[in-house]
Design a protein around this ligand. Structure first.
Ligand SMILES: [Fe+2]
Ligand SMILES: [Fe+2]
Length: 176
């Protein structure tokens, strides 16, 4: 899929990869590739648009090198995906924007990017295997598990909790 850039140029996925590798450094670049691949698997499993899932997965942290703040890097990444990588598709930009917190009425693509980010192959943390398995059975239940453990982690360390995460959790639990 080629995407028109603001400059009128076209950036394809291979060019995006090259730019990201320069921009992000090896660890975050590897995580971005892993998220792209996981998003592709999930999209084909759940019948979502594979090209959109690949691009959103690849670019979901594209602003993280410039914005380390955990709560703000998603916004920075969505902005850059538009301005620098030429993404115009709102559904891709929203999947990037909401990848850390989710939101009420999340689309399937948003759910896929949210969970692909948390379970891609380079992710290693306690409980990841359980979330990985759940992601291919019930994606909502996997997001609930992931949000609950994030909220627990944030609370136990007295870090700032993004209320959007709590809203997403309550919304998904109501739908169960
Ligand atoms: Fe992120
Ligand atoms: Fe990420």
């Amino acid at each position: 899929m080629s995407l028109k850039m603001e400059t009128g140029e076209i950036m394809d996925i291979e060019e995006m990869k090259k730019e990201l590798e320069r921009e992000l450094g090896p660890k975050l670049y590897l995580h971005s590739l892993g998220t792209m691949e996981e998003a592709e698997r999930l999209a084909s499993f759940y019948g979502c648009d594979i090209k959109k899932a690949r691009i959103a997965g690849l670019l979901h942290d594209c602003g993280k090198a410039q914005c380390k703040d955990n709560l703000k890097h998603a916004k920075k990444s969505a902005d850059l995906a538009g301005a620098k990588y030429g993404v115009e598709d709102e559904s891709i930009l929203n999947a990037i924007l909401y990848h850390t917190t989710g939101r009420v009425n999340m689309t399937l693509l948003e759910k896929i990017i949210f969970i692909a980010d948390k379970i891609e192959p380079a992710r290693h943390y306690e409980g990841v295997e359980e979330i990985r398995k759940e992601a291919y059975k019930n994606i909502d239940a996997a997001i609930i598990k992931s949000l609950e453990s994030t909220i627990e982690y944030v609370r136990s360390r007295n870090m700032v909790l993004d209320m959007e995460s709590v809203n997403t959790l309550n919304y998904l639990k109501e739908g169960k």
